[in-house]
Design a protein around this ligand. Sequence first.
Ligand SMILES: [Zn+2]
Length: 302
Amino acid sequence: MRIGVDIGGSKIEAAALDDDGSIRVRRRIATPTSDYSALIEAVKALVAGVTAEIGRSPSIGVAMPGALSPATGLVKNANSTCLNGRPFDRDLAAALGQPLRFANDANCFALSEATDGAAAGARTVFGVILGTGVGGGIVVDGKLLTGPNAIAGEWGHSPVPWPQDDERPGPRCYCGKHGCIESFLSGPAFARDHQLATGAIADPAAIAAAALAGNRAAHESFERYVDRLARGLATVINLLDPDVIVLGGGLGQIGALYEAVPRRWGAYVFSDAVATRLVPPRWGDSSGVRGAAWLWPESPAP
Ligand SMILES: [Zn+2]
């Protein structure tokens, strides 16, 4: 058995997974957003509840926003900002009294889908989060790729490739640059692009549904989004050549993307044919706790 903990912006979830991946116990609480020590105490109490219910203390993995900087040992890039600048791994391990493993939430999504999800059995997997932000994680032969900067798979803050004239310099991004993939492909960016073109306010799922229903303006917005996503993923395919790309986050639930994007990415990928599969996720909202639990792939405690 393994425990996975998912630290989200609004909720913290902990789950105990059996060795076959079925969830035995699952608990969630609201995230204490502003107070670091309250957050540590909340995770401690949550995990204590799960271990009491399963009657043992197995390995624990943690999905967290942002990353632990190899340069400083402190959290960087977290949207739960009370974590930034803190030695969260050491503080939480001390509070729980056992060694822990940590990974970025996009990496946990990729690991979850590669281990026993939509990309199970694939050799190289790129897991994409398309939500309020755009992230990604890479799994090769069942193992997360991390890297010396702890940013492997973070494609969201590279520019949209093959930009058209009206995409330059592109929207300003919170990272300080213009035209980032995230500033075109996040959910809010899709809605903003549609609003700028049509004046209408709609969320990405509604835009996609209207496009499928034959609304011309929505169709044009959807096709712009699809082409940008195809271009962004084409550079990932050129660099990594993954067997499978899984789309997570809110926009990963838009079924029309899974046909529309591969129809377009062939024009950009440097290959005569594209064998990479684009697939919807199996585990959805559970990918955080599941991927965190799988951070301990080795034989678990009995
Ligand atoms: Zn950016």
